[in-house]
Design a protein around this ligand. Structure first.
Ligand code: SF4
Length: 142
């Protein structure tokens, strides 16, 4: 039955010709509700891993996290395309230059068709929006 709305999963499948799998990442961020910027205790619904997926391992580099999860999804589900999901904690809670160096880790992976960034409104300013919105992180150094 045709859905009465344009869901994102179907949109990605139409656009890329296959189901697109999201890969959660822990890039080592903290969050203003935990590091003292705003508070120390965190939100009541957030766990001490910043609500990251159980398979993520912050001891591994971002490239290692991506490689191991891509291998797992390819081998077990026949996955072909992926979205890198910066998931744990607040993923814009750093200077823009550092954000660029973190997000750029995705670029060598040809099968990754997009990135998703978990954050909060008070951690996104115009400079960070420019980085994300204009894709300057794939157009060379700042
Ligand atoms: S990472 Fe997000 S949900 Fe968790 S404590 Fe920080 S602001 Fe709250």
């Amino acid at each position: 039955m045709k859905k009465p709305y344009n869901d994102y999963n179907s949109y990605l499948k139409r656009t890329h010709g296959t189901k697109v799998y999201k890969i959660g990442l822990d890039a080592g961020f903290s969050c203003p509700n935990r590091d003292g910027t705003v508070g120390l205790d965190g939100c009541i619904y957030c766990n001490d891993r910043g609500s990251r997926s159980s398979y993520t391992d912050p001891v591994k580099s971002i490239a290692e996290q991506l490689s191991s999860r891509i291998d797992y999804l390819k081998n077990n589900f026949g996955a072909e395309k992926f979205i890198a999901y910066f998931q744990a904690f607040t993923n814009t809670h750093a200077p823009v230059r550092k954000l660029k160096s973190i997000y750029d880790n995705v670029l060598p992976f040809d099968d990754i068709v997009g990135i998703s960034i978990g954050t909060r409104p008070d951690c996104v300013d115009d400079e960070k929006m420019d980085l994300i919105g204009s894709n300057i992180f794939i157009q060379g150094p700042l």
